[in-house]
Design a protein around this ligand. Structure first.
Ligand SMILES: O=C(CO)[C@H](O)[C@H](O)COP(=O)(O)O
Ligand SMILES: [Fe+2]
Length: 224
């Protein structure tokens, strides 16, 4: 399995966003997590497509776009056009997730489905075969720098079992409160794409990115 760190720019210094992204990219991190919030699905508003388009010009990383918006199907086309590589929609926000996932694939992008901490894995019963990635929220979405919710570890484990039982290779991304104290538990439970916002961006962005990138590379090496 492939393990990736996906640093969330939500915790970056937006006055120096380009520099922050370059610092992360230069360490060899492949993914960049981009949180779009609408102030409706979640309480906060983050940023939108002009920002994604601007940073697309200066980065070759895999743009992992997490849409925390109501009726995300309204924005799938624009998200793709802005430069997303992976488009993740929330099951709770979307009336027709099957159709939305098809639309993402028709645009040539990878599709992710996200579940809030207390949303049941049963939401995936008929969707799992259709998605490239499941994003399990490990905090309630809306803000960076929150505390990991411990019951989510069992949920990650249960999902990895479900994926294996169906003979799939689906990625499990965990998002929220991932740092040195929680990383081992989510890896052991079966997550392979790890979002980290406040644990990466800040005073020592490059150093933090390198630390977690190496940790995941070593984990991958030891779990072949
Ligand atoms: O989707 C999110 C919040 O809704 C972010 O990706 C998350 O906040 C990452 O930040 P941190 O690692 O600091 O918890
Ligand atoms: Fe996110």
């Amino acid at each position: 399995m492939k393990y990736e760190l996906s640093p969330s720019i939500l915790s970056a210094d937006f006055a120096r966003l380009g520099e922050e992204i370059k610092a992360v990219e230069q360490t060899g991190v492949n993914y960049l997590h981009i949180d779009v919030m609408d102030g409706m699905f979640v309480p906060s508003i983050s940023f939108g497509f002009p920002i994604i388009k601007s940073i697309r010009k200066m980065s070759n990383m895999v743009f992992d776009v997490h849409l925390m918006v109501e009726q995300p199907e309204r924005y799938i086309e624009e998200t793709a056009a802005s430069g997303a590589d992976i488009i993740t929609i929330h099951a709770e926000a979307c009336k027709h997730p099957d159709r939305a996932i098809e639309q993402i694939h028709q645009l040539g992008k990878k599709a992710g489905i996200a579940l809030n901490p207390s949303t049941s894995l049963h939401e995936l019963d008929y969707l799992l075969e259709k998605v490239d990635m499941v994003l399990l929220m490990t905090v309630n979405p809306g803000f960076g720098n929150q505390k990991y919710i411990p019951y989510c570890t069992g949920k990650v484990k249960e999902l990895r079992t479900m994926i294996e039982e169906r003979g799939l290779q689906t990625d499990i991304e965990v998002d929220g409160g991932i740092n040195a104290a929680t990383i081992d538990a989510v890896l052991e439970a079966g997550a392979n794409i790890l979002v980290a916002g406040s644990a990466v961006f800040g005073k020592e962005t490059a150093k933090n990115a390198e630390k977690y990138r190496k940790l995941l590379a070593d984990y991958q090496e030891n779990h072949k």
